[in-house]
Design a binder for this molecule. Sequence first.
Ligand SMILES: *Cc1c(COP(=O)(O)O)cnc(C)c1O
Length: 455
Amino acid sequence: MNAEQKHHLKHIDRTVVWHPFTQMQDYAREEPVVIARGEGVYLEDIDGNRYLDGFSSMWCNVHGHRVAEIDRAICNQLDRVAHSTLLGLSNIPAIQLAAKLVQLAPSGLERVFYSDSGATAVEIALKMAFQYWQQCENPRSQKTAFLHLTESYHGDTVGAVSIGGIAHFHRLYRPLLFSAIAAPAPHPYRCEHCRGSCDKTCFDALEQTIAEHAHRLAALIVEPLVQGAGGMFMHPPGYLKRAADLCRKHGVLLIADEVATGFGRTGTMFACERESVAPDLLCLGKGLTGGYLPLAATLATDEIYNAFLGDYADMKTFFHGHTYTGNPLGCAAALATLEKFETDRTLEKLQSKIAHLADQLARFRTLKHVGDVRQTGFIAALELISNRASKTPYPFEDRIGHRVCDIARQNGLLIRPLVNTIVLMPPYAISKREIDHMLDIVFSAIQTVTEGDAQ
Ligand SMILES: *Cc1c(COP(=O)(O)O)cnc(C)c1O
């Protein structure tokens, strides 16, 4: 590609493409990074700059880019058929993948409903939970409300936003949304309750809310172990288990949104495994295809599934579907991704990388504007604060997280902040040396931005 062609591409990008979660007024002023290719844990732009993919291309890449087995699986499927619908028909990879997902998922999840993004997987879970209570053996028609945690994130479609708790994303849309009930998110660093030592009052707050509203609650939806987009809140051990027990006790369904935590991100295939929790509904997306293609799935128990059975005229059908539901290329990519977990023993090898990341993160605690260093599995978060003693955040308009990530990018690392929190979430294929390199770049970028010098 010559200089003129590159310039033209960037011009069209600035003037035609509307980027998600992006203030386009700022974007139009900056030089766009146009990715041309990837290889392993690296991405390369049209100008030949190479970047370490420190955020797994928005939390979805697993084994790296251009993985031979996944590339081949997609090409092989392409030789047969690219797409055919699941409405009234089936296809080979969709069947094989469903069997695989049921085998891997927490016990009791026996039915797989496909869609194409995390948000749709959540919408489907919400509608299934709602409809379940209307049609189950002893219908409870008043159970129509949903409980979520504050600072929750479940996607950007209107139903998912209704159970979202991030004010700066969600507040504006209030008039459009169905009302939902929120319980306080447990967040050890900024806990209102414990001030240092956890006395588990957040557990009690959840219990109170569930007990008070159980008669009208269809379901509780949670991001197990780690609340992602809200700022990487890492829940105290036992919280998920307690939530599951409370749901069981009070007759409330549990929806686990593992769109971000699923497929090894927390160190086990699913975060629910860490606390031996088996939800009633499980939402999967992001890493499902190894970060290759848009595919998502909602898994349900037989108990829920059975409530949708009946004579056609009973109108118990789940009247929901998407055009590309169960897309064969996506399912083939997912099958190859899951197979590679086994052949490469990915999760086994990931454990020492998780430990290495933990060791190497320790030095960030010496930086005076890093208030909290937290990690669950292969998710690390560094919360920047203007004053450490008072935990005072930087003002929103300072764009402190963005400034750190901009400098990291200039030094060959792609990451995205969550306001003032720097998130590190590389593909599992990253080596220990590359982890060190990634951390070196982040360390000096934080120093430069928060202390005004590089060393
Ligand atoms: C990203 C995310 C979603 C939404 O997934 P999309 O594919 O972006 O629609 C839902 N839930 C959680 C926990 C997520 O992190």
